[in-house]
Design a protein around this ligand. Sequence first.
Ligand code: KG4
Ligand code: ZN
Length: 338
Amino acid sequence: MTEKGIILGIESSCDDTAAAVIKSGRLLSNIVSTQNEHALFGGVVPEIASRSHQRLIVPVVEQALEDARIDRTDLDAVAVTYGPGLAGSLLVGVSFAKALALGLGVPIIGVNHLDGHIASLFLGEQAPVLPYLCLIVSGGHTQLMHVEKEDSMVLLGKTRDDAAGEAFDKVGKLLELGFPGGPRIEEKADSGNPTFHHFPRTRLPGYDYSFSGIKTNVLYYLNSFKGLARTELLKNHLDDICASFQQSVIDMLVEPVERASRKLGVVNIGVVGGVSANVMLRSRLKEICTDRGGVFNVAAIEFSTDNAAMIAMAGYQKFVRGESSSLTLSAEPSLSIA
Ligand code: KG4
Ligand code: ZN
């Protein structure tokens, strides 16, 4: 894409306050301020998140403009996540973006957070090759999409209960690894034995997912060790438990993608969202894809977890298509995709 367009992207759907600037499809700046205060509570506290967004949004946007060496009056549009996410968090970003767009007299572009994750695939060297299967795996979502065109996709399946990232976070909490669990479990799993314990894999008809069972399985497994035996288990085998759990989640994530690829004859595969930062998940999907002669696509790790570069990119793509939102845009916590 070579079209003109300087777009400010704003993301505040959960616990990251983020802003980024894209010019003609090229990323000029990307600021993410992660609210570490939630770690104390073992999960995101909505009230704290919205207050922190209010405190952080002005400095984060100013830093993104400064890093990009762009004056706010040069902006052609303001793109903002309007859902899905936490209501109070989304409201901060949407209200701020609307006020800024109104003040500057430029369009506001509402972006679905999940479309934003998919747009992260356009931030690298190699844009995804259509059609492709896109696995969206984050703390709030797990769904498999068949992307036929840039702006047209079909939902193949989604989780019926917990998201994969949620399972990582809940098991991280059970294992007292802190929040978020995903990166900490991956780090431990690196030196563990994935065959140490077999946690059952849930397999549903079609392409749906379920991750509530694995969390309960880990809990029951840990509770089957009492007192000293449990202390010894966690002392000697924490890495092995993490590796076994990670292996199970990845098997459950990958199997429907492989099946969909075979049944639908779609060989190109992409993976996005926070859990796509997981190196083993990336390499398993890449293997399936390249075995079938497809093009595999995943964003750099900094663009896998929540960021505004992906929102600016999705906004830029809409801007190029001549799409924008009205100033009545409001936060939609339960917004879905496709
Ligand atoms: O996309 P994201 O930043 O926020 C949401 O939209 O939810 O995803 C956050 C999720 C958390 O559940 C976190 O534990 C998980 O992504 N995550 C990981 C890894 N890095 C982040 N899960 C597994 N392995 C990782 N390396
Ligand atoms: Zn996300």
